[in-house]
Each structure stands twice: as C-alpha cells, then as structure tokens.
Design a protein around this ligand. Structure first.
Ligand SMILES: C[S@@+](CC[C@H](N)C(=O)[O-])C[C@H]1O[C@@H](n2cnc3c(N)ncnc32)[C@H](O)[C@@H]1O
Length: 201
C-alpha cells in the first residue's frame, strides 16, 4: 500500500528512495543545499563552516554530500594533495555534484550505513546535516568509527529538530568512540569536531 506524505510524517516512517531509507524525501535535499535558504535557516556559510575541518593533504570523505553546499569549499580548505571523496546514496545527486565540481573529488554512490572504505582507512570524515537523516544515525556513527583511523577527525553538523528524543543517546555513543575537541550549539544546529579514540568503545 502506498504511504501518503501525511501518514509518513505522523508515524515518522523513513522515506525510501533508491533502496535507501532516509527521514526526508530525497527530492527535498536539493532545496536544502540552496545557500540563501541555509543562511536564513541555519546561519550556515560554507566558506566559514569548513574551517571546522583541519586542512592538509589527507584522504577525506564527505558523507551525505547531496546538493554540495559544502563540497567545493571543503576541497579548497583541504588544499592540494588531499583527496576528497563525496558520498551520497542517490546517484543523480552524486552525478550532479561531480559535474559541478569538475576534476578533483571522486564521487561514490553509497549508503552511510555501509561505507565502501576499509576499516581505519580515512583520515577525516565530514557530515553536513546528513547523519540525522539516516534511517539509523546510531549505526551511521558506528560506521564512522569503523572507517576512521585512530586520531582521525570527525566533523559533524546536526540539525537539532531532527534529533528530537535521540540527542542524548547519540552524544553518548559519540563519546564512547570519539573525543570532542570543539562544539557549538545554536538554536537550530549543533556543530562538533572530534577525533577518534585509540580504542573505541
Ligand atoms: C539535508 S541534506 C544535506 C546535504 C549537504 N550535506 C548540505 O549540507 O547541503 C542530507 C543529505 O544526507 C544524505 N543522506 C540521507 N541518508 C543517507 C544515508 N543513509 N547515507 C548517506 N547519505 C545520506 C541525503 O541524500 C542528503 O544529500
């Protein structure tokens, strides 16, 4: 039976597109990456916000890159010699993003719950308002801990209304696997920069 948008909203059922379950219908994601909307809603400015990520030549993945609000600035922030991989589960989003970015970052179609990276292989991970969109953000965070090398950096921006009722548990899981180096909390969002513990819990 088809589920109407209203019914899904009432029961908080995840949307399903391309075999991946998300909390928001995938058509809305492009809209969320519009710079003017982001400045108004979340006080998000990509050039400023990517300074949460340490620069340097490393292997870095942006998970849930979607409309690419942060991708270009992130690549510039990392600088020459770094390799940025942009990841999103929706093939059209990855294709559009790669076309926009031109040569440089590689685009990978993948679910953040099952990343195509070996354990401990990445030096930094960036989630710009994407983890809270996963059907299971807790499993997403465990997957982040798996693919990051010890000491590797995790930068996450989270949209507070989407965390309702789950924030404390998510931060506890974060604490088990990461050391929080910097945090800022606004009315709508939380920004965190962490590094992976040597021996995650
Ligand atoms: C609110 S948008 C943010 C997009 C972009 N990072 C930005 O800041 O504009 C959420 C993104 O998370 C992605 N996403 C949702 N579920 C995902 C999953 N299971 N794995 C990876 N990305 C996912 C969506 O496709 C979408 O691009």
């Amino acid at each position: 039976m088809a589920i109407s948008g209203e019914t899904r909203k009432r029961h908080r059922e995840p949307a399903v597109a391309g075999g991946v379950r998300t909390r928001t219908p995938s058509w809305a994601y492009r809209l969320f990456s519009q710079p003017v909307l982001r400045a108004v809603l979340g006080w998000d400015f990509s050039a400023r916000d990517v300074r949460w990520v340490r620069p340097g030549p490393r292997l870095v993945a942006e998970i849930g890159a979607g409309g690419g609000f942060y991708s270009r600035q992130l690549r510039e922030r990392l600088g020459p010699g770094a390799r940025l991989v942009v990841v999103d589960p929706f093939p059209p989003a990855v294709a559009r993003l790669c076309a926009r970015l031109g040569q440089g970052p590689s685009g990978v179609v993948a679910d953040g719950l099952c990343l195509p990276f070996a354990s401990g292989s990445l030096e930094a991970l960036f989630y710009g308002y994407s983890l809270e969109e996963f059907a299971d953000p807790f499993a997403g965070l465990r997957e982040a801990a798996r693919v990051l090398r010890p000491g590797g950096q995790l930068v996450m921006f989270l949209w507070r209304p989407m965390l309702r009722g789950r924030r404390r548990a998510l931060l506890e899981l974060l604490d088990a696997n990461f050391v929080v180096d910097r945090v800022s909390t606004g009315p709508q969002n939380i920004r965190l920069a962490c590094h992976r513990r040597e021996a995650p819990g």
